[in-house]
Write a protein that binds this ligand. Structure first.
Ligand SMILES: [Fe+2]
Length: 211
């Protein structure tokens, strides 16, 4: 995988078994639901760019990269017809979908012999926590891993802008408006500001040029 190899060159090297395990998980996720796998790859790339823009150290950048790649891997344990259901989910289905964070942690269990993947595991488990404490686990802001806060933001942007089987993706500007609207409740304000600096203004300038 291109960005994992690039990362190795920057000095963060993981044992071969870990890389193979991650690749196998992503391969299996693609076989189960290609949309989710493609989403994970995009989220990991955006999370890494944001982590770099925030001047996080290489280890923290790598956590963002791998947690991004694997954040929704637990959806492999949920039927594809529920993941791509065009109609509103039943309460039972919704409760099951919410379990994907825990399923993800189970799936990467063998990797957590490495301290690095214990951090990735926490970032995956808590990637739906909100800074107002109203997330899946009602975790208080100070206990939410930084990588989880970053992933929540890029995950939201990708979810809004990507096409789903049941609806067309909305514009990047709509996604940025949502970040601003929920900044300070759902999202960390400083990370939102950084996201808008890194992606927002550049995209807006491009749009203006094209107009
Ligand atoms: Fe998720």
């Amino acid at each position: 995988m291109r960005h994992i190899l690039n990362f190795k060159k920057q000095g963060v090297e993981l044992p071969t078994f870990a890389e193979s395990y991650v690749q196998t998980l992503l391969f299996n996720l693609q076989a189960h639901d290609g949309n989710t796998q493609a989403h994970c790859v995009r989220v990991s790339e955006m999370a890494l760019s944001l982590a770099q823009a925030m001047n996080l150290n290489l280890m923290e950048q790598a956590i963002c990269l791998y947690a991004g790649l694997l954040h929704d891997v637990g959806k492999m344990k949920i039927a594809e017809k529920i993941l791509n259901k065009p109609d509103k989910l039943t309460q039972e289905e919704y409760d099951l979908v919410k379990k994907h964070t825990e399923f993800g942690v189970e799936l990467i269990g063998p990797l957590t012999v490495l301290p690095f993947f214990r951090k990735v595991s926490d970032a995956i488990l808590y990637h739906h926590e909100r800074i107002d404490g109203k997330g899946y686990f009602n975790l208080p802001e100070e206990d939410i891993p930084l990588a989880s806060k970053i992933i929540l933001i890029v995950d939201t942007v990708d979810a809004i802008t990507e096409d789903r089987p049941y609806r067309k993706g909305r514009s990047f500007e709509v996604a940025c408006d949502e970040l601003v609207r929920c900044s300070g409740t759902q999202f960390d304000e400083q990370i939102v500001d950084c996201f808008l600096d890194v992606f927002g203004r550049r995209r807006v300038e491009k749009t203006n040029k094209a107009a």
